[in-house]
Design a protein around this ligand. Structure first.
Ligand code: NAD
Ligand code: SAH
Length: 419
């Protein structure tokens, strides 16, 4: 037994996991630059950090960087289907942090692993979607009160923290890493755009060109998913609830309609709304035989798989990670990865260079919390601009790209109201 605890599927899977981690690491120059600073300054010495993020290779690089910066780390997943068992084993074999993550956990095991990752009383938490926040604002409130702070990775997580804050129930300060420009402009748009189609194409082995793709939600992720579908030659339909976003989608050349209207037309359906019940019973009934549904938004409630399970007359695994639900009308609706995040539950998630930026923000945001001598007042904070800019500057630097600088005259001109 080593120094740290682990709960992983099979420690013997470590070799491929370590290879994946090293491949990611060599392609993460921004995180490596931040890691060098962490190693030198040891900002996390004496601090414990609990991380609940998809347990795959890029996340492993983030968790290792935190450990190298002096933290005692406990890593767990944020989605029962996104854990890669070989990566969890690889990290556990290094014996540099506690790892609690097993692919395919049922609800009870999934939540218990989150509890295990919080049990060592962290000073800082890194959350993706707010599952830690949920525990810390319910059964583990004592831990929340002692937290120095948290960082939240994704849109829905930030949304939930804002609601807690609005109801005066937020128990610790949090940095909304998702809202940093170097996060949502790249991760949500280009990351989701690419990784969703990589996953759908690899899982189904079907052609996209000439097909009709229905994208539900035209936010940062939806723009990326629609843009890449168009690039692959699909006819794209967007559904929205926000009239301005709907107009934006029209200007981009997409058809906009309700899900009731889109349901009989789509070959592929991708939900990216953060909302629930976006595709429900009557939509499934209206779909073509063989229509493929998946979700890239939040949890498994955007495509109502629960309803589909109840209304179907039969269900079969048609291919790895695809279940076909046969309906009363004789048609089969296909669902990828049980309606959980398609890009992570049926793929490697965002490309490495995208997570490089997101996790460089996370590492710096955690450092910002650690470096503050006092606990920050309880609030949901924007990522400091200097952190955001630093990620972009390091990235430009690694590409050998320079950009213009304002002259003093320009500086004066743009900060004056008169001529
Ligand atoms: P966003 O707020 O920018 O966009 C969501 C859009 O969905 C909004 O335009 C909203 O009006 C629309 N919407 C809400 N309810 C709807 C409904 N019932 N029907 C149609 N449209 C609806 O958020 P985002 O940054 O695009 O993130 C969307 C979801 O994806 C969030 O849950 C986020 O956490 C998640 N996310 C997933 C990944 C991934 O890797 N799969 C990456 C980033 C974010
Ligand atoms: N935990 C929830 C929340 C959505 S996760 C759920 O699983 O339903 C969405 C987040 O996953 C994004 O904000 C993105 O930053 C992150 N992500 C995407 N690809 C990733 C990857 N390869 N590794 C780690 N995180 C990734």
């Amino acid at each position: 037994m080593g120094k740290f605890n682990y709960e992983v599927k099979d420690i013997n899977l470590a070799k491929t996991g370590l290879e994946k981690i090293e491949w990611a690491y060599r392609n993460m120059p921004v995180l490596r630059a931040i890691e060098a600073e962490l190693i030198e300054k040891q900002p996390f010495a004496g601090l414990k950090i609990s991380v609940s993020v998809h347990v795959e290779a890029k996340t492993a690089c983030l968790a290792r960087a935190l450990a190298r910066g002096g933290a005692e780390v406990a890593l767990t997943g944020c989605n029962p289907l996104s854990t890669q068992d070989d990566v969890a084993a690889g990290l556990a074999s290094l014996d540099i942090m506690n790892v609690y993550a097993v692919h395919g956990d049922d609800e009870d095991h999934y939540w218990n692993r989150l509890r295990s990752a919080l049990a060592f009383k962290p000073d800082i938490v890194i959350d993706d979607g707010g599952d830690f926040a949920l525990l810390l604002h319910s059964e583990m409130q004592d831990l929340a009160k002692n937290l120095r702070g948290g960082c939240e990775e994704t849109t829905t997580g930030v949304h939930r923290l804002e609601i807690l804050k609005g109801e005066n129930k937020l128990l610790y300060p949090v940095i909304a890493v998702n809202d940093a420009r170097c996060k949502h402009l790249f991760d949500n748009r280009f990351g989701t755009g690419q990784s969703v189609w990589t996953a759908i194409m690899a899982t189904t082995n079907l052609v996209v060109a000439g097909k009709t793709v229905v994208v539900a939600g035209y936010g940062m992720c939806g723009r990326g998913v629609a843009m890449r579908a168009k690039g692959l030659g699909a006819k794209v339909i967007v559904t929205e609830i926000d009239p301005v976003k709907a107009c934006e989608a029209i200007m981009e050349g997409y058809q906009v309609m309700t899900m009731d209207e889109a349901a009989p037309l789509g070959d592929f359906f991708v939900t990216v709304t953060g909302c629930k019940d976006v595709i429900i019973g009557r939509h499934f009934e209206a779909m073509k035989d063989g229509a493929v549904c998946c979700n890239a938004g939040h949890f498994d409630c955007e495509v109502s798989v629960a309803e589909l399970k109840k209304m179907c007359v039969d269900s079969t695994e048609l291919r790895n990670n695809i279940i076909g639900y046969k309906l009363n009308n004789g048609n089969t609706v296909c669902v990828i990865a049980e309606g959980r995040l398609v890009n992570l539950a049926s793929g490697d998630g965002h490309p490495v260079e995208i997570m490089d930026m997101s996790f460089a923000l996370q590492a710096q945001s955690a450092m910002y919390i650690a470096n503050n001598p006092e606990r920050l007042p309880i609030d949901v904070y924007q990522t400091p601009e200097v952190i955001d800019n630093r990620v972009a500057e390091i990235l430009l630097n690694t590409k050998g790209i320079s950009i213009d600088k304002l002259t003093p005259e320009q500086e004066k001109y743009i900060s004056s109201w008169d001529l």
